[in-house]
Design a protein around this ligand. Structure first.
Ligand code: AMP
Ligand code: MG
Length: 402
């Protein structure tokens, strides 16, 4: 089978899925980073009443228009209103109401004088400063008004969105359900962290590096499983876990070795192969299939390769499923600060750090089996097939990751 370009592989993958439609109601406490499944309209004005933005006196601006330190305006204080209370009195000419931040502005008043501009008087107050009509006056509905469309369906909810929903008096939000992924790592040599490590074995890092990344992109992991290199066992596990998931992602066993059993496992399942092998390094031997309407994405077991595959292939897939634009691949032009000398027959992705138009390739190995030098990286430098040496200051494209 021909190797596909990354663009072609992505196109074929995206053809396999349609945006999710199902919504669920969740607590506001869980709503950050979820996608709103309906337009939200204001059911009332916010704030629901005109209120004072500071501690001071509610007055008629006309009464204090020529007030100065030398010639203060003298007013009778008729009431005191704290936040959460409603005053009984109306401000009339020559009177004032002592008012605290957040309290409703009494009828008749059209301005608030800061208490610092008065003698803090109780029965009577001297005002030393004039304030214009509607000075220091927070209007009812200045945040939003009943009927305003506050958020559109498809919005990614941030902390402010959640706060606005709460300000409407809501406890729940209607959001798109999460994408469900079953994550399965394969390999006879793989041992779960926490177990003792026999000779010849290694700990499973893919389950964790891929799993936490998927979760941070809003995915619900319906399974976190590990299975040995036996096609029948792998097939049975995929069949079982595919039931509750939108897609199954596996790592390991996709190359051409004797123990690369993913091909046989998919045959056993009678899965329909969509592609095998993408012309990128690392992560070339990626296998993609469809089984009972579910997508099965089999990635290399090499930890860096699997991580690159997740960023380049799975992330755009999640963007389409959820409509989240922030999950689309983001490329930036950068000037490479430390050069790159290796040639490659296929497009190569080299881990790096990007900041303000400059990129630095990470110290240490870029080998597909090496994970530690990916720590702290925030991009992949994309080196197109056939590129010769790139000197210091050479212009490259980077793909942002994370
Ligand atoms: P494979 O893709 O199965 O040929 O594995 C390629 C390399 O990645 C081998 O050195 C494996 O031991 C290693 N590997 C496979 N799966 C994992 C995993 N889940 N965590 C860490 N390394 C792995
Ligand atoms: Mg293997």
């Amino acid at each position: 089978m021909e190797k596909l370009s990354l663009d072609e592989a992505t196109k074929r993958l995206l053809e396999q899925v349609e945006p999710l439609q199902e919504a669920e109601e969740i607590s506001l406490w869980d709503a950050k980073n979820r996608i709103l499944a309906e337009d939200v309209f204001a059911t009332r004005n916010q704030p629901p009443f005109a209120r004072s933005p500071l501690d001071g006196y509610a007055v008629q601006s006309e009464d204090i228009k020529s007030a100065t330190k030398e010639a203060p305006a003298r007013l009778t204080v008729i009431e005191e209103v704290a936040a959460g209370r409603v005053g009984q009195k109306q401000v009339t000419a020559g009177t004032a109401v002592r008012i605290m931040t957040g309290a409703p502005i009494p009828k008749g008043a059209d301005a608030i004088v800061r208490q610092e501009d008065t003698d803090y008087g109780e029965g009577r107050v001297c005002v030393y400063q004039s304030v214009g009509h509607y000075g220091n006056y927070c209007f009812e509905g200045e945040d939003y008004r009943a009927g305003d469309c506050l958020m559109k369906k498809g919005s990614l909810l941030g902390a402010a969105h959640v706060g606005v929903l709460a300000s409407l008096g809501l406890k729940k939000a209607l959001v798109l359900r999460k994408v469900r992924v079953a994550l399965i790592t394969t390999g006879d040599e793989i041992v779960l962290p926490g177990e003792t490590l026999p000779e010849g074995k290694i700990y499973d890092s893919n389950l964790f590096s891929l799993g936490v990344q998927l979760q941070s992109w809003g995915v619900e992991l319906t399974a976190k499983r590990r299975v040995g290199d036996e096609a029948g066992l792998v097939a049975a596990m995929i069949a079982k876990e595919a039931k509750d998931a939108d897609m199954v992602i596996t790592t390991g066993g996709v190359s051409v070795g004797k123990k690369d059993i993913m091909h046989d496992a998919l045959k056993l399942l009678d899965g329909q192969r969509i592609f095998w092998r993408v012309a990128i390094k690392p992560g070339m031997p990626t296998l993609c299939a469809r089984y009972k309407g579910k997508l099965i994405l089999c990635l290399s077991g090499n930890p860096y390769a699997a991580a690159v595959n997740l960023e380049l292939l799975v992330r755009p897939l999640l963007a389409k499923l959820t409509g989240r634009k922030d999950l689309c691949l983001r490329r930036k032009r950068a000037s490479l600060q430390n050069g790159y000398h290796k040639k490659s027959a296929v497009t190569r992705y080299v881990r790096a750090y990007y900041r303000e138009g400059e990129a630095w390739i990470a110290n240490g190995s870029n080998d597909s089996g090496v994970l530690s030098s990916l720590c702290g990286c925030n991009c992949l430098v994309e080196i197109p097939a056939g590129t010769g040496q790139i000197g210091q200051g050479g212009q490259v494209w980077v793909v942002m990751i994370g």
